[in-house]
Design a protein around this ligand. Structure first.
Ligand SMILES: Nc1ncnc2c1ncn2[C@@H]1O[C@H](COP(=O)(O)OP(=O)(O)OP(=O)(O)O)[C@@H](O)[C@H]1O
Ligand SMILES: [Mg+2]
Length: 321
């Protein structure tokens, strides 16, 4: 524009008034701004369609776990869990579990111990039927897990994990997650049993405090107690604890331990722990190594075997302590 305008603005035969040129320039900028917006809009729409595409991809994924034509509903679930020669691999190539068999009676507290990568988490994943076995059978109260109504069955299971998942929302909503209609009084009772009530009432808005994405405004130990309260309120028949007391200080660990003791009463519990001392109260301990159940028995029975894996792990931890 300048190249075009300058010869016509200057010199003797100037035919272009300066005012016209300036207003032309100003109009041009006014004209460009909306064009720019249109360009941005195209970009935004493009991004939105790509994201929507991905969301629908997830929504359209057919679940691998499907119910049989006439699924069985156990009413009530007693909580007997039987593994019969269970083999399993995530990728179909490497076997992670190789012939695991056991029978957990209703109300037993089973401790799962063993070296990292042995298959403990895999076993509890199978109990919750996140995957189906490759060989053998898992029975719940004597019924093959594959014949159960998965939704109904999973509602009988509670999980307290190492890094519990909280949703963006209030503490109250997070505790009520499995039982949205629970009255406040019941929620408070659950929180008290979980040793969470005290810290919750100290939060800025108490039970109505918003915990943020994944609960990031709470500490690890606090999140854990909220998830224990959630499990207590939900009142599951089968309970899974995966490293529920790791990464907290001794005082908090004791509070969580107390809360867990209240939680486990009267349920079938599978508890995974690396710190063996936390599992002393277990009815039976299963030692899992390289996908096999290599030893089982009570704490005292396993300690009595001088050559046993449990004995070795235990001695190592005592030495460290
Ligand atoms: N989603 C997965 N896909 C493929 N392989 C997996 C998956 N999860 C676990 N594995 C493999 O299965 C084996 C057993 O893992 P698992 O998580 O059951 O061990 P673990 O006993 O719980 O160990 P840790 O004590 O460290 O938690 C490991 O070798 C692991 O690499
Ligand atoms: Mg694990």
């Amino acid at each position: 524009m300048w190249l075009f305008a300058v010869p016509r603005l200057l010199g003797s035969g100037a035919q272009l008034p300066v005012g016209t040129f300036v207003s032309f320039l100003l109009y041009t900028t006014m004209f460009l701004a909306p064009i720019d917006v249109i360009g941005q809009m195209a970009r935004t729409i493009n991004r939105a369609t790509t994201s929507a595409h991905r969301v629908f991809e997830v929504l359209d994924t057919a679940p691998e776990i499907r119910d049989v034509a006439e699924p069985v509903r156990l009413e009530p679930v007693h909580g007997r869990v039987t593994f019969e020669h269970v083999t399993f691999g995530y990728d179909g190539v490497r076997q992670v579990l190789r012939g695991v068999s056991f029978d957990a009676r209703p109300g037993e507290l089973i401790g799962l111990v063993g070296p990292s990568g042995g298959g403990k988490t895999t076993i509890v994943n199978l109990i919750a039927r996140f995957y189906d076995v490759s060989g053998g059978t898992i029975r719940i109260d004597g019924v093959d897990i594959r014949r159960l109504d998965t939704g109904h069955y999973r509602r009988q299971i509670g999980m307290v994990l190492q890094d519990p998942y909280l949703f963006h929302g209030t503490v109250l909503e997070n505790i009520r997650y499995g039982l949205p209609d629970a009255p406040l009084s019941q929620v408070v009772l659950a929180a008290q049993a979980a040793n969470a009530h005290d810290f919750i009432t100290k939060l800025q808005h108490g039970y109505d405090t918003v915990v943020g994405e994944r609960g990031h405004t709470l500490s690890g130990g606090e999140r854990q107690r909220v998830s224990i309260a959630r499990a207590i309120l939900h009142d599951p028949r089968i309970l899974i604890l995966d490293e529920a007391t790791s990464s907290v200080d001794t005082e908090t660990e004791r509070e969580i331990q107390q809360a867990l003791e209240r939680l486990v009463a009267g349920r079938t519990v599978f508890a995974i722990a690396h710190r063996l001392s936390t599992l002393r109260k277990a009815s039976r301990l299963f030692v899992i190594e390289e996908g096999r159940l290599i030893e089982h028995g009570t704490h005292a029975e396993l300690l009595a075997r001088p050559e046993g894996t449990y004995r070795r792990l235990y001695d190592l931890q005592v030495q460290l302590a």
